[in-house]
Design a protein around this ligand. Structure first.
Ligand SMILES: [Zn+2]
Length: 215
């Protein structure tokens, strides 16, 4: 056996923690394929290999375009229950014992007047994710905690609203906040008040930095 294969096996078998994982970016391909088939709008995607070919990234913009494309197959907040379960099943297969899952409910919800509201409410998404993580714990024994991504592009006002509306889930599996998104266009300064309030509410604080630019 080659040394590199032995090292890969050793790493796979080691007990691990996963501290930075964007859940919607880690959907196992077989799970995504079943969501695509359920929606029925992509006749050219029939196998996991078809999907693997589609997810060959050329640059960051291409990555974002594919991220958005992939999100269009999440057609109900209940899909998040299965996605969470399958992501944790996948991590369990890699002998991950504890995972902190970042999720971005703002990608699936638009605030506004009642007639303008669209998508899946962040509270519903959070509830479904909590159900999925509990089912995975029951079946695989894998522990997990949730970090809500406030998505810096959406602005601090929505961020403030999000931490208030999700605070009831703080003792149910949600533990912290972060601000992902376009670092180059949205520096973190305007979020200072959101971070202060999140701390008061009992959130743990984390922040994205350096994924897209140096700030
Ligand atoms: Zn990240």
């Amino acid at each position: 056996m080659q040394a590199s294969t032995q090292v890969a096996q050793l790493i796979r078998q080691m007990p691990k923690v996963e501290l930075h994982l964007h859940m919607e970016g880690a959907i196992p391909l077989d799970t995504l394929l079943s969501l695509i088939k359920k929606k029925g709008t992509e006749p050219e995607i029939n196998t996991v290999d078809d999907l693997r070919r589609r997810f060959t990234y050329t640059d960051f913009d291409n990555f974002i375009r594919l991220w958005v494309w992939k999100n269009t197959f999440i057609t109900s907040e209940h899909d998040f229950e299965q996605i969470t379960y399958d992501v944790l099943r996948d991590l369990h297969g890699q002998n991950v014992k504890y995972a902190e899952l970042t999720y971005s409910p703002g990608d699936y919800w638009r605030h506004g007047a009642p007639s303008e509201r669209k998508g899946f409410p962040p509270q519903k998404i959070t509830e479904c994710i909590i159900e999925g993580k509990q089912r995975a714990y029951t079946d695989f024994g894998i522990k997990s905690a949730l970090i809500v991504d406030l998505i810096r592009d959406h602005g601090p006002e929505i961020g403030m609203r999000r931490i208030e509306e999700l605070s009831p889930y703080l003792d149910k599996g949600l533990v912290g906040i972060t601000i992902g998104g376009s670092e180059q266009h949205h520096p973190p300064g305007p979020y200072a008040g959101v971070y202060r309030r999140a701390k008061e509410l009992g959130y743990r604080l984390s922040a994205h930095a350096g994924e897209v630019c140096g700030r």
